[in-house]
Write a protein that binds this ligand. Structure first.
Ligand SMILES: N[C@@H](CCC(=O)N[C@@H](CS)C(=O)NCC(=O)O)C(=O)O
Length: 236
């Protein structure tokens, strides 16, 4: 069956867009990519996207929103599956994809935190979640073992935030999480995950953090000034 004509409406920093890009790459699916400015959404986008969010997939002129259905659709219209065959395992993978999504909300609360108390509490919640995750990983190198799956495509973009944060702040997120650390490394090396963002992603994310007027913005500014002893290695 011929593949539909596909266009992914994207944003450079969006972790949910990256999920779709990873599946497109894993399944070698030809497609067009269009980046939009979320602070000035084009009218055609607002008309097609019920929540005004990316990713938006346009398939033969029909629009699909929400990263999880988009990823499953892309998986289903192509040979092979990035989901386990066993129904329980498939449901379990979907549950952990949801865990990744809600952890992305905590991540947003972390980088936007304006006061020390909120920052500390979000940092603690991220650490807690990484430890829970560590206790739940039963396989390696990927979540289900040798087979890379949709659940891996959901966590790769979450882990990428930490890669950038670690360039200017050591907050000990991965202390006591050896399984997550191994998994995170395997995902960072996977070409589909690595190439799901543009080469200037770290600089873009650092700029985004700097503009938040948050505790993290201050840590970043301190590291850039060389006054933060925990920082260092800031390249952006
Ligand atoms: N639940 C959605 C979340 C997508 C989302 O939050 N997208 C953000 C960018 S990462 C967005 O488009 N925000 C624009 C807005 O809310 O106005 C999904 O899984 O696709």
């Amino acid at each position: 069956m011929p593949l539909p004509n596909l266009k992914l409406v994207s944003h450079h920093l969006c972790p949910y867009v990256q999920r779709a890009r990873i599946v497109l790459a894993e399944k070698h699916i030809p497609h067009d990519l269009e980046y939009i400015d979320l602070s000035r959404k084009p009218d055609w986008f607002t008309e097609l996207s019920p929540l005004g969010k990316v990713p938006l997939l346009i398939s033969d002129g029909r629009a699909l929103f929400e990263s999880a259905p988009i990823a499953e659709y892309l998986d289903e219209v192509t040979p092979g599956s990035l989901h386990p065959e066993d129904a329980f395992e498939r449901a379990r993978n979907r549950a952990w994809i949801e865990f990744a999504s809600s952890t992305l909300d905590v991540m947003a609360g972390f980088y936007n935190a304006r006061d020390e108390d909120t920052f500390r509490s979000r940092t603690g919640e991220l650490r807690r979640r990484l430890r829970i995750l560590d206790g739940s990983i039963q396989a390696a190198p990927y979540f289900d073992g040798d087979r890379f799956g949709l659940v891996d495509a959901a966590f790769g973009p979450l882990f990428r935030y930490f890669d950038v944060i670690e360039t200017f702040a050591d907050l000990g997120f991965f202390e006591g999480t050896p399984a997550v650390t191994r998994w995170r490394r395997a995902l960072a090396q996977r070409p589909s995950v690595r190439d799901a963002v543009t080469a200037d992603y770290p600089q873009r994310l650092l700029r985004f953090f700097a503009e938040r007027q948050s505790v993290l913005s201050r840590l970043l500014a301190d590291a850039a000034d060389g006054t933060n002893r925990a920082g260092g290695g800031l390249t952006g």
